[in-house]
Design a protein around this ligand. Structure first.
Ligand code: SF4
Length: 328
């Protein structure tokens, strides 16, 4: 039984702490106001999948999921590079959320449950970020630009997977959804971009049989968010005809590690938790912590770049208007 004062830690905390101590300390005090589009899209998608698994009607799930994305994207805005049209990018993300959720609703789904946090001992407690099914097996949905063995290995070795399966001692079903890349401020993926035939009205296509690309100059790009001809349901009908979902949705099951690896992982979680508490207790101003410059732009731009790379060392963080203080 964990003490009520036990330190609650999740995979996200460890990933942040190991990437950059300074980032971890800022994140404990200040929450970025603006979301990175992919992080917002992933959060909305996971919640939408959870609601679908509970049997909520698709129309309600889509309405709530896309409203959440729109509202957050419009106020306080998205964290995107200058020159990118935030409206177009948000519309593409909303289109992707609609078509992915519609497609998933047409496939068998297991009911998902939240996983309560689990005490590791009296002073340490693990907070799960994955869901579980009725058998206790874990489920995590991951969006990736491209699905390949590197993407699977990277995810398998992450704390998000290794931490949760080690503490739960249960397998995890990793659900990969390929969402392509963002180029020139648009998402290039069949979830929101298709091809219409320039001579045949209402002819929408994504690929030829066997996932072969379309050929010839009779096909032009069409974006679901700008289309008046197709809605998400009709778009998904054609995705099914062209067998696209089976090339974009993949499931990998990760078994829990052997007992000695589990013991090692839990020992590492305790060690990192103790260090996090010690750093938090002893450092009032994170700017005294040396910068972990290798982490500033990897794998994405750090949310605290304006603090670390501003013109002055002594930054009025509240005055930047980019962060809000965390409660408590
Ligand atoms: S900008 Fe770089 S040094 Fe500053 S918190 Fe982020 S990762 Fe750390």
């Amino acid at each position: 039984m964990a003490d009520p004062l036990a330190f609650l830690v999740s995979a996200s905390d460890i990933v942040t702490f190991q990437a950059c101590r300074r980032r971890y300390l800022y994140s404990r005090k200040w929450r970025p106001r603006r979301w990175v589009p992919k992080m917002l899209g992933d959060a909305c998608l996971r919640q939408g999948i959870f609601e679908l698994s509970k049997g909520k009607p698709l129309a309600d799930v889509i309405s709530e999921t896309t409203s959440r994305f729109y509202l957050t994207a419009s106020d306080p805005g998205l964290d995107i590079a200058p020159g990118i049209d935030p409206y177009k990018l948000a519309m593409d993300w909303v289109a992707c959320l609609e078509t992915i959720l519609t497609t998933l609703s047409r496939r068998p789904m297991v009911e998902l449950f939240e996983v309560p946090s689990k005490p590791l001992d009296k002073m340490h407690e693990w907070s799960f970020l994955s869901f579980k099914d009725k058998h206790g097996e874990l489920h995590r949905t991951v969006t990736v630009d491209h699905y390949n063995s590197d993407a699977v290995t990277k995810e398998m070795h992450s704390w998000y997977v290794f931490g949760d399966v080690s503490v739960a001692k249960k397998p995890m079903h990793l659900h990969f959804i390929e969402i392509g890349q963002t180029r020139d401020g648009r998402r290039h993926t069949p979830w929101c971009r298709g091809f219409s035939h320039i001579h045949i009205a209402n002819r929408l296509k994504f690929q030829n049989k066997g996932a072969k690309p379309l050929k010839g100059d009779v096909w032009q790009s069409v974006w679901l968010s700008e289309s008046t001809r197709w809605d998400a349901a009709a778009w998904c009908d054609q995705l099914d005809v062209d067998d696209v979902p089976n090339t974009l949705i993949h499931e990998v099951v990760i078994d829990p590690p052997k007992p000695d690896r589990i013991a090692e992982a839990i020992a590492h979680i305790r060690t990192e938790s103790d260090q996090m508490q010690s750093w938090e207790a002893s450092i009032e101003n994170p700017s005294v912590v040396p910068m972990a410059r290798a982490a500033c732009h990897w794998p994405n731009d750090c949310s605290y770049l304006p603090i670390c790379y501003g013109p002055q060392i002594d930054v009025d963080i509240a005055g930047l208007g980019l962060y809000k203080p965390r409660k408590g």
